[in-house]
Design a protein around this ligand. Structure first.
Ligand SMILES: Nc1ncnc2c1ncn2[C@@H]1O[C@H](COP(=O)(O)OP(=O)(O)O)[C@@H](O)[C@H]1O
Ligand SMILES: [Mg+2]
Length: 451
């Protein structure tokens, strides 16, 4: 069932229920009004009855016939247990009835005391109940027609209104379908920018489609770059192998060719390793308590061994234990320190690791030439290189991998230019908050530790 039909039926049903409740209240009010006014009318007839009987001689047998009352009212007067006056068609009622006004035997009956020639008597005045029932029946008949008519009218009106209100949804749906077919997720959606609910829906869809388009473009770019980077070593390998087969070679030449071929295979293996690392999902990462300062210290030591003449300082303080993946964090440290080495032109470097209550912070800073400001936001793009010529063996994936590792740990990474020159990379890795009563002396900040 469409929203339009559901809305029309729902509103019609609600209207019918509301009208019926109102009608029931009105019905009860009308009935008590009619009963009360009938009682007043009968009371108003008492003086007329007394006046008629006062002026006529009374005999018990036969009783006097009352003639002064309207035609739809009957009356009887009882004195000393005997009917002394009565109208022609008085209903079959007992002689003694409690005083008051009540419905009896299909009539509204008023029983009231009166004094006839100095003696007490009781008057019973009965009016046909139709005086009350007829207007009520007419009211119910009117309701039987008006309630369904009102419900039908409301259903038609709300269906028309719903159709009008839902028209933008149909337009939005058609536009979204066109977007999918035309493969252009950046086309503007109708209704976007409006301040109502549909405008907000269109805005949300537009934002999601734009994000999807961004992701798709990034993926296409990534695949193109990966294919391109794999193609070069593959082509080189092919040329080398074809060359070796085409002309006879000495054993030494063949060994040299094989060494070069192995270097090509190495490059391709590194690239595929990097691509696999970038594609890793959070579920494949197993976080265990790791001391980031220990890992950084080891990475610094290894870097110092490979280039002992470059100054590389290491400072750490505070509690630097985090839930982390040791192999991934080692890769992150080596990529950052390696970059400082490769692009820092031998300038001094400092690695700092320190603990804060909710996170551990790592900074890798060098005083090299740094990167231009406009390149800073692009550093984590896969295959992005500021100056490919200076990258040597690099393929532009190092910082993309750093970014992915930080993401897998739920952290953040920031690249900033340092003054007067150089690059500073700040990595924040979160750690679970210690509960208040488990803090102990060991977790408080220690004095800075330098090597
Ligand atoms: N410490 C640094 N100083 C200057 N430039 C850097 C530094 N680190 C990275 N870069 C620039 O950022 C680019 C991307 O780095 P990265 O992703 O590690 O790729 P690559 O494989 O080229 O090293 C590098 O090509 C280099 O131009
Ligand atoms: Mg690198």
């Amino acid at each position: 069932m469409t929203i339009r039909t559901r809305l029309a039926l729902g509103v019609a049903l609600q209207t019918a229920i509301i009208v019926l409740v109102v009608a029931a209240v009105q019905f009860l009010a009308l009935r008590s009004f009619l009963v009360a006014s009938e009682s007043q009318r009968l009371e108003g007839l008492m003086p007329r009855l007394t006046a008629e009987l006062d002026h006529r001689p009374l005999t018990a047998r036969p009783p006097l016939v009352i003639t002064s009352l309207p035609r739809n009212v009957d009356a009887r007067v009882v004195q000393g247990g005997q009917v002394v006056a009565v109208t022609d068609e008085f209903p079959a009622l007992p002689l003694t009835l409690p005083a008051g006004y009540a419905p009896r035997a299909g009539h509204q009956v008023l029983v009231a005391p009166l004094v006839l020639r100095g003696q007490p008597a009781t008057a019973q005045i009965a009016s046909d109940v139709l005086g009350v029932v007829d207007p009520l029946r007419a009211y119910l008949r009117a309701l039987a027609v008006t309630v369904p008519a009102a419900a039908l009218l409301v259903a038609l009106l709300s269906s028309a209104l719903a159709g009008r209100l839902l028209r933008p949804v149909a337009r939005l749906q058609a536009a979204a379908a066109r977007l999918g077919q035309g493969n252009n997720l950046r086309l503007p959606l109708p209704g976007a920018g409006r301040s109502d609910e549909l405008g907000r829906l269109a805005d949300t869809l537009q934002t999601s489609f734009t994000q999807l388009a961004d992701v798709r473009e990034r993926e296409e770019e990534f695949t193109r770059a990966a294919a391109h980077d794999l193609r070069s070593p593959l082509a080189a390998l092919k040329v080398r192998l074809q060359g070796s087969l085409a002309t006879p070679r000495s054993e030494a030449e063949l060994r040299e060719n094989m060494r070069e071929a192995l270097a090509d295979v190495d490059r391709m293996q590194r690239l595929t390793d990097h691509l696999l690392l970038l594609a890793r999902g959070t579920r494949t990462v197993h976080l265990r308590p790791v001391d980031l300062a220990d890992l950084a210290g080891e990475a610094v030591d290894r870097a110092r061994e490979t280039a002992p003449d470059v100054r590389l300082d290491f400072e750490t303080w505070g509690d630097t234990l985090i839930p982390g993946d040791e192999a991934l964090l080692t890769r992150l440290l080596e990529n950052l320190i390696g970059n400082g080495r490769r692009y820092g032109q031998g300038a001094d470097m400092t690695v700092r690791v320190w603990g804060e209550p909710d996170r551990v912070r790592l900074t890798v800073q060098d005083a090299g030439p740094g990167v231009p400001a406009e390149a800073l936001p692009r550093l984590t793009e896969p295959f992005y290189q500021v100056d490919a010529a200076r990258s040597g063996e690099g393929n532009g994936l190092g910082l993309a991998i750093v970014d992915r590792i930080v993401q897998l740990h739920g952290g953040t990474v920031l690249f900033e230019a340092t003054r007067p020159r150089g690059l500073c990379v700040t990595v924040d890795l979160p750690r679970p908050q210690p509960t208040k009563n488990t803090t102990c002396a060991a977790s408080r900040a220690r004095e800075p530790f330098r090597t």
